[in-house]
Design a binder for this molecule. Sequence first.
Ligand code: MLT
Ligand code: MN
Ligand code: ZN
Length: 293
Amino acid sequence: MKIIILGAAAGGGLPQWNCGCVNCRAARAGAIPSMTQSSVAVSADGRDWAILNASPDIRAQIAATSALHPTGPRDIPLRSVLVTNGDIDHVAGLLTLRESQAFDLFATGAIHEALASNPMLSALRADLVARRHVVLDRPFALLPGLQATIFAVPGKVPLYQEGEVVETGLIGETTVGVELAANGRRALYVPGCADLPGWLTDRIAGADALLFDGTLWQDDEMIRLGLGGKTGRRMGHAPARETIAALSATPVGQRVFVHMNNSNPLTDPRSAETLEAEARGWQIGRDGMEITL
Ligand code: MLT
Ligand code: MN
Ligand code: ZN
């Protein structure tokens, strides 16, 4: 199995268009690597590919990834797209994927409903893009030779569906992780997760690779930096610092943070927090990083 991190950043990317924080300024100056928004590609055979989350940067991400380049006049080796929630950074790229490419679009019923309620997405032609409803905890073929199982993780509804009161520990069809299995190897992709209860660490145990929500380093990071009023948990993201501790006794082959917000010190390869995470067995996802299992 091969996984390519197309974009390692959370919504907004690095630098974010309107952000003057330390990391965004460093990225603009070329002092730290820029990152595009949250998306990965996976393949069991290097021939047929699936994209997990279609970020608003998908056009540039595909251009930067030779495995996804066209093999015909209007055809790239993309067979499937799976989205793990309805967040804008995970679905807005579907608008880019509208130009005569056939693929299956996999999501839960709740996420499909969110997509169906946006008339602009009807630009994905029904005769080319089959919208496949996936049931939690039931394995299905994402690609030839690659099985996927989605599972609920603590999360919340997308920003554009939030009401007065927002429940951030929702367990259901709104936020899911994906278990990928091919050639006897098992990888988990969980780019958004508000909490790490014991049943989830049990599920993670023994995976060959884990790509996990690294949005923020600490819960009140955005507030401290004057970038916003929300905590990580309020946004549906457990802080990476606590995730490292929560998974310290859980056996995992390769552990990689993805979906980093631009406020996160992990975006700086030389920060004390990056060195600490690396010393504790974590890798920091970067655009173009390949994981071969
Ligand atoms: C998130 O991961 O918290 C969302 O992408 C936020 C957003 O929709 O901007
Ligand atoms: Mn996001
Ligand atoms: Zn910033």
